[in-house]
Design a protein around this ligand. Structure first.
Ligand code: PLP
Length: 403
């Protein structure tokens, strides 16, 4: 084989059917894409961000910026964390990247040797798994309990770690969660931190949806993990509706040995690709600075998201073979599919057939580690969602087993 052995793991389940969808569109089919969590397709980022991007370009800010990221941006990120979560962090401990997507590879490239493991709560955001496998690692899955609002049984986590000869390199939290829209309670976080402390394991918390929680107060890992090694990933993509800006960041608040070592490796990996998009960093810094605008923006955005998630949940539950509870955050629903009533064998076949027959693109649950489900993005406007669920409903009727 010409390509490397481990490259077989690489690929993003969320975009697997994109080329087929494109082909159908070119053929004139009206494809409804409910596969990528891209708010920028349906909403616009705050005005400040748009203006500041243009300004940065006009001011010729096309140079390679600092390896860590533009200082103004790092200062704004540090200020945000102080204000939101009362976290004291020096801006030097922030590494700006081309989206969390890049940080996922920094993480595994920095920590994983062959056969090292990492704890992934299942279901999880897909790219974490192929990246871990690519670097020779293996996942240790711990399942969320769907029956208990996707909560975590910390005793299972403890046992899972105890049974390993070699302890996992890190525990990954995706909080709020994609695909389930669940949010970890403060108590759950405290219990996870306790386990991490007992076994001396690093925590990584992806909190990209921290501002998109509907009815409850979100607790960040930095509010409960004081004194233990951890990192936070966050970015511009979701709460600033700026997916195409490609900006994310990692924060290493603690200065223990593990945090310091990992931070230094992130800087090394960041230096390999010189820097993140420079004008975009100036734009994001300005957007973070304009808190007043962001607050107004967010209020409207959240209201819209809530309505769309609510509508999608209702429409999904009206379909005989689907069941789902309303998510607490973000813009996805993750319905369970009753395959016993269907002619279709599995989730992968389901999503492909749905696209070919009804021109609606959703994602199979397998990519999230949960083949009994499918993930539907709820960002589209009301009319598009109604049309999509109408087609999904017809599809399920046609695919029902004759009894
Ligand atoms: N992390 C989670 C949990 C996500 O859901 C997504 C995108 O859907 C990302 C990271 C990607 O982030 P970025 O656009 O910063 O690469």
């Amino acid at each position: 084989m010409f390509t490397s052995k481990n490259s077989k793991f690489v690929g993003n389940p969320v975009r697997k059917l994109d080329l087929l969808a494109e082909k159908l569109s070119i053929e004139g089919k009206k494809v409804i894409k409910l596969n990528t969590g891209d708010p920028a397709k349906y909403f616009s980022p705050p005005k400040t961000l748009q203006k500041a991007y243009i300004k940065a370009i006009k001011e010729n800010k096309f140079f390679y910026s600092s390896i860590l990221g533009v200082k103004e941006l790092r200062e704004e990120i540090a200020r945000r964390y102080k204000k939101y979560y009362n976290l004291e962090v020096r801006d030097e401990r922030i590494v700006v990247a081309q989206g969390i997507s890049e940080l996922i590879n920094f993480l595994n490239a920095s920590l994983i040797d062959i056969n090292d493991s990492a704890i992934l709560f299942r279901p999880f955001y897909p790219p974490y798994l192929p990246s871990l496998l690519f670097f020779g690692g293996k996942p240790l899955f711990v399942d969320f309990d769907e029956e208990k609002e996707w909560s975590i049984d910390v005793d299972i986590l403890r046992r899972r770690i105890k049974n390993q000869r070699k302890k996992p390199k890190y525990i990954l939290l995706i909080n709020p969660n994609n695909p389930t829209g669940s949010v970890l309670s403060k108590k759950e976080l405290e219990e996870i931190v306790e386990v991490a402390k007992d076994f001396d394991i690093f925590i990584v918390s992806d909190e990209i949806y921290d501002e998109l929680v509907f009815n409850e107060k979100f607790t960040s890992i930095c509010e409960v993990a004081k004194g233990i090694p951890y990192a936070i990933f966050n970015g511009a993509s979701k709460s600033y509706v700026a997916t195409g800006l490609r900006l994310g960041y990692a924060i290493f608040p603690e200065e223990d040995k593990k945090s310091n070592e990992l931070y230094k490796k992130f800087v090394d990996f960041a230096s390999l690709r010189l820097c993140a998009n420079t004008p975009a960093q100036y734009a994001f810094a300005e957007a973070l600075k304009n808190e007043k605008e962001h607050k107004v923006f967010l209020r409207k955005f959240l209201k819209e998201l809530k309505q769309r998630v609510k509508l999608s949940t209702k429409l999904a539950n009206e379909i005989d073979c689907l069941s789902v509870k309303e998510p607490k955050a973000a813009f996805y629903i993750f319905p369970k599919v009753d395959f016993s009533k269907l002619k279709i064998k599995n989730d992968k076949e389901l999503v492909e057939k749905l696209l070919i027959k009804k021109f609606v693109q959703v994602v199979d649950g397998s990519g999230f580690g949960s083949p009994k489900h499918i993930r539907i993005v709820t960002l589209a406007d009301k009319q598009t969602l109604n049309e999509a669920f109408q087609r999904i409903s017809e599809f399920f009727k046609e695919e029902r087993k004759l009894s």
